[in-house]
Write a protein that binds this ligand. Structure first.
Ligand code: NAP
Ligand code: MG
Length: 404
């Protein structure tokens, strides 16, 4: 390439991963990034073998690097279970890297669909992406449950470390039943609200938060109140950016989302986010077209694809069979991270490169070059899906043309 490479001022933290996405990762780097950018990649190998060799230290180191540098890009990784421990001969069933990184950054995950002209969303009203944020702490995911075996009384007790005690009757059982206690903390709710505000400011998007404070006058009301306080604290910034915050009851919020044209951040409590993110993902198309960004309350960003390592395709790849794995979400993880790096560094040429990479990718799909997973969703008549590598090569060609 005779053209001079675009310089990225600060290092970008890169987290490599596993299986098919690791294969895709190196193709993206080799064909789409390195030929055009002069960028220092602070590389962490989160492949399962290296996590095992380092007793998972590499995950912690990578998270701290993102915290320090402000921007990271991550490949999908295996979360080991008993089968994986056997498959790779691991020392330990290491925790989910995403959970470790989220814990260190105290961050919230935002999922954003990638919209392509030839793949219309299932919902006619949706014209722009609807981004969903899930508060990933507490509620039923950290519950305590008891099966009541017969008649009796259930109580909820809080013993303050100051010696004071609060006690309420939950129910008086006449026969068998079930009971559950859930909790959350002001600190976690506040971090969630702050991450949502940081994301909205970064993406210039309005915020909708839904809960059920009419029914849950203490628990859900606390969420509403903390959100309102954090929005108030940032009201000058939000106003300057033209960002509106609104609160609605969760059922009303759902109804509004179905009629919404998009271009909004939907902040959800843990369970709502779990359920609604799957609804949005399938409503917008495919897992291969969903990106994800982890945002810390202090404004550090980690970009990745929302899908996993696509193990089934990897096994085919290992046998030497052709694959047709969608790399779009991984490409957009790179473009998202580079655009953010460019923004923080004040480098418009880096931002422009990131946008050119996205445009080249979407143009290929709109011209009928796409992987197998999205062929059934498109309005185009596609005779032959592209292989994993052919798709990336097509993007590389278009990108090179557009930058020439
Ligand atoms: P997955 O990797 O998301 O794949 C599930 C299925 O979805 C695939 O078999 C494939 O269906 C389809 N699919 C997903 N992404 C695709 C893409 N880019 N292109 C084409 N098809 C795609 O989920 P999984 O198989 O349940 O998990 C595999 C590993 O990923 C696990 O070890 C899990 O721990 C890990 N994981 C990591 C992350 C992360 O790092 N963020 C997230 C989720 C899971 P077909 O086979 O029908 O084509
Ligand atoms: Mg779910």
């Amino acid at each position: 390439m005779s053209r001079q490479k675009i310089a990225v001022k600060s290092p970008l933290v890169e987290l490599d991963g596993d299986e098919m996405t690791r294969v895709i990762w190196s193709l993206i780097k080799e064909r789409l990034i390195i030929p055009h950018l002069d960028v220092a990649l602070e590389y962490f190998d989160l492949g399962i073998k290296h996590r095992d060799e380092t007793d998972d230290r590499v995950t912690t180191d990578a998270a701290n690097a993102i915290k320090e540098r402000g921007v990271g890009v991550k490949c999908a990784t295996i979360t080991p279970n008993a089968d994986r421990v056997k498959e790779y001969g691991l020392k330990n069933e290491w925790p989910s890297p995403n959970a470790t990184i989220r814990g260190i950054l105290d961050g919230t995950v935002f999922r954003k669909p990638i919209m392509v002209k030839c793949i219309p969303p299932m919902v006619r009203a949706w014209k722009k992406p609807i981004v969903i944020a899930r508060h990933a702490y507490g509620d039923i995911y950290k519950n305590t449950e008891i099966a009541a075996w017969g008649a009796g009384t259930a109580e909820l007790v809080f013993k303050g470390s100051n010696g004071l005690e609060a006690r309420k009757t939950v129910a008086t059982f006449k026969g068998p039943g079930v009971l559950q206690a859930i909790h959350n903390t002001d600190g976690s709710i506040r971090s969630f609200a702050r991450s949502c505000i940081a994301y909205a400011l970064s993406e210039k998007t309005d915020i909708l938060f839904g809960a059920k404070d009419t029914i849950s006058k203490i628990y859900h009301s606390r969420f509403r109140q903390i959100f309102a306080e954090e929005v108030e604290a940032k009201s000058a910034d939000l106003k300057a950016a033209g960002i509106a915050y609104s609160y609605g009851l969760i059922d009303d919020a759902v109804a509004r989302i179905m009629r919404h044209e998009g271009g909004i951040l939907w902040a959800c409590m843990n369970y709502d986010g779990d359920v609604m993110s799957d609804m949005l993902a399938s409503g917008f198309g495919s897992l291969g077209l969903m990106t994800s960004v982890l945002v810390s309350p202090t404004g550090a960003f980690e970009y990745e694809a929302a899908h996993g390592t696509v193990q089934r395709h990897y096994f085919r790849h290992l046998k030497g069979e052709p694959t047709s794995t969608n790399s779009v979400a991984s490409i957009f993880a790179w473009s998202g991270a580079l655009a953010k790096r460019g923004e923080l560094d004040g480098s418009p040429d880096v931002i422009a490169f990131a946008r050119a990479l996205e445009t080249a990718t979407l143009d290929c799909i709109d011209r009928g070059i796409m992987t197998k997973d999205i062929v059934p969703l498109t309005t185009l008549d596609v005779k032959m899906p592209a292989t994993t590598e052919a798709f990336i090569n097509a993007v590389a060609k278009r990108l090179a043309e557009s930058l020439a």
